[in-house]
Design a protein around this ligand. Sequence first.
Ligand code: FMN
Ligand code: SF4
Length: 443
Amino acid sequence: MATDPIFEPLQMRGFTVKNRIFRSSISGRFDNYDGSGNQARINWELKFARGGVGAIISSYVPVTIRGRILPNYATIDRDDRIPFWREVGRRVHESDCRFILQLSHGGRQRDIGGIEFPKGLSSTDDSDPVHGFECERMTLAQIKETVQAFAAGARRARTAGLDGVELHGANGYLITQFLSSAINDRRDDYGGILRNRARFVLEIVAAIRAEVGRDYHLQMKISAVEYNNALAPFEPAGNTLEDSIQVCKWLEEAGVDALHVSSGSSFPHPRNPPGEFPVQDALKTFDSMISSGTKELGNYLALRTAPTARLHVMNWNSARGDVIEGITLPEARAIRAAVKIPVICTGGFQTASVIRTALNDGSCHAVSIARPLIANNDLVKQFALGADRAPKPCTYCNKCLVNVLENPLGCYDETRFSSREQMIEQIMSVFQPAPFDAESTHA
Ligand SMILES: Cc1cc2nc3c(=O)[nH]c(=O)nc-3n(C[C@H](O)[C@H](O)[C@H](O)COP(=O)(O)O)c2cc1C
Ligand code: SF4
């Protein structure tokens, strides 16, 4: 009998992944305000390791405090963060699951920046067209410092015994802000032609290689097509697939070991995560962002007004298109044909037969999954038992996404549960086991 391609091991630099399903990054505000990690983060990652995924790509992990997008994300900005990440890796490894840490810097794209740094850093000093997040154009000294912060983050991840690192080079964060022809308006060596716009990320790759050597796994998540004008039609479209293929070739030459293909010049974007825009849930949490961007009050009021909210939903759906599951496969296929390193594709996967076809027809070497694993933590185990889909699949409603600004991460689609209480119980389960046992402190 032919083996199931989903359960074929995948060789990466320095380690083997037991199957072709990676848990894609899904950030939640579980940790402490100061960037130290806590037990809820470990509980979160264990849900997926125990559910059978071959590898977990961590949530967004800031390499500096200024690079965070929301408080309460565990960071990797100092050596004293290493023991926490070592413990996360140790626990995930117990389920024969690999752990790749996502090295991240938000640049100007920050939902709630926190108290330390009122403004983000960027390739530009223009605020972004949708939210109006203000920023400072990075000086050459700040660029150098940030490149070194990524390298130090990689060193800390290796010291912590994690299997590798992923550069968050997608969806509008700092690396995209340099790569993007729509965002980067510099006139120095870091702006203008594609090679110059890629200089920042190529310097990061070189600095990481200098710090951790050639043997430590390094991959990069990239927005293959930016669709920068998806919600702001007067803006330029941004990088094309051809631009990104060239960048991927340079990354491969520079020593990147795998590519993770996404799309969109912002986060969220109609094409990532592909699905609905849940207006009512957004109205309950987007108030927290009003002080973050100059356009947020206007955006919030527009969402509260029925005709403009309807228009936004219409634009969102039309910018996404009809395909959700495998939305990024055409781009992944084109990149795979241009490089020799493994290609991972993100976007809507939750049907075993669809994933098998993507693997068999050579579109990608593996897929990554985020929301369908929030909905069904054990989806891979269900595939192993022969299911094509979970009985209660993810509905792509994106309620998990908009709740994340204020509430714990989990599935917020009440229609998937027998009661609201059951849904809340599932969301709160991330806090079990608790960090310490209150009973024992009274002994
Ligand atoms: C709540 C939430 C948080 C996310 N956080 C991150 C993140 O920190 N880093 C990242 O690269 N992508 C992040 N993503 C995007 C996912 O990794 C993934 O690329 C996207 O959701 C599409 O995959 P899916 O259809 O399987 O959900 C997030 C998505 C969601 C829904
Ligand atoms: S809230 Fe649940 S069903 Fe909706 S997108 Fe998130 S995981 Fe899927």
